[in-house]
Ligand binder design. Structure first.
Ligand code: PLP
Length: 363
């Protein structure tokens, strides 16, 4: 087979090559059953085993305590921006306030959606700094009886990340971890709820994972669709309705791959190494610039700009010729973005860095 290029897409993102190979090998005939996972009843023992294995592998990888449910939800993170408040805002009685820490595009979308379901308090914002930093928790204006506090642990577009877990006392902390789940060791008990779309660091688009503490389940607002009521999903172990069977299967293959790699701690070390290679290259250059404050630079998504925008197209074309794909920055920021999720090998970042140095030398 032809050597595959390195894919730096922000999402849907690259999957481990061996996962794709296994999915391909099992496409027509899953384990001698003569059918694809796509064609299986979600109530069959075979699919139930796929689901149960995926759930227990994820529980193991993130050391999720027994007091938390793991739900596979057929909803993207943008949909969860509505589903989470519909499930959690009713817990403290009306009218609920949700505290948001506004650190970029994704937390901004979350808070705009939540305004339909509760009063939103922006407890802190880095908007004035163009979202180049995470506001210091000393200055957050939290609400004492908030339904929950929402953060986006890794702003995929702006390239910032939380490298600490804020202390919100008895108010549950909710984190959108769509772009950094499984890239660093977590203490799940510090969170009330964690959600993440699969298509960045866990699998393919079509499913999200919700990890939620038991006592936060069962308070859905009356108009919450039944299929998105965490109580129903928990009671039916993610089988309230037909789940996205193939997307769950792919997550399961990725979890197996992660276990073979040595787990999340190994991914965290790799992420440190890969991101340091790229940030060092950017900081040492006079052509490339990353504007994010050093203490909160994302290890997953590295936005960078060329000092001369006129070189952008040439940079991207040359990168593609060298087998370095999807480096174009998000349309809202421009410039470039290299996403370094778990599936990106160190060799991919080394190749990117040497291409960047060579491009700078020529221009
Ligand atoms: C990608 C992403 C989303 C949105 O995902 P959709 O599948 O488009 O809904 C939300 N939050 C974060 C942090 C993301 O990276």
């Amino acid at each position: 087979m032809m050597e595959r290029p390195f894919n730096f897409s922000g999402g849907p993102a690259a999957l481990p090559e061996t996962v794709l190979q296994q999915a391909a090998a099992e496409m027509l005939d899953w384990r001698g059953r003569g059918i694809s996972v796509m064609e299986m009843s979600h109530r069959s023992a075979d699919f139930e085993s796929i689901l149960a294995q995926a759930e227990s592998d994820l529980r193991m990888l993130l050391a999720v305590p027994d007091s938390y449910r793991i739900l596979f939800v057929q909803a993207s993170p943008t949909a969860l921006n509505a589903i989470v408040p519909m499930n959690l805002a009713g817990r403290t009685g009306k009218p609920a306030t949700i505290d948001f820490v506004h650190t970029g595009v994704w937390s901004g979308k979350s808070l705009a959606e939540a305004e339909k379901y509760a009063h939103v308090n922006v407890a802190a914002s880095s908007e004035r700094e163009n979202f180049t930093l995470i506001p210091s928790p000393d200055a957050w204006r939290l609400t004492a009886d908030a339904a929950y506090v929402h953060i986006c642990s890794n702003e995929t577009i702006n390239g910032t990340a939380f490298f600490f877990t804020p202390d919100t006392g008895s108010v549950p902390l909710v984190a959108d971890m769509s772009s950094d789940i499984l890239s660093r060791v977590l203490n799940v008990e510090e969170y009330g709820l964690i959600f993440a779309g699969a298509q960045k660091n866990m699998g393919m688009a079509g499913v999200s994972v919700v990890i939620v503490r038991d006592d936060l389940i069962g308070h859905a607002l009356p108009f919450c669709p039944s299929v998105y009521d965490f109580g129903n999903l928990a009671q039916h172990r993610s089988l309230f309705n037909t789940p996205p069977v193939y997307a769950i299967y792919i997550c399961g293959l990725v979890f197996q791959w992660l276990k073979e790699q040595g787990g999340v701690a190994v991914m965290e070390q790799a992420a440190l190494r890969k991101s340091a290679l790229l940030y060092d290259c950017i900081d040492a250059s006079s052509l490339y610039v990353n504007r994010v404050a050093g203490f909160c630079r994302s290890r997953m998504n590295v936005p960078f700009f060329l000092q001369d925008d006129a070189l952008n197209e040439r940079f991207l074309a040359g990168a593609a010729q060298n087998g370095l794909l999807q480096l174009k920055g998000h349309r809202s920021l421009g410039g470039m973005r290299a996403s370094l999720y778990n599936a990106m090998p160190v060799a991919g970042v080394e190749k990117l860095v040497s291409y960047m140095r060579e491009f700078e030398r020529i221009h």
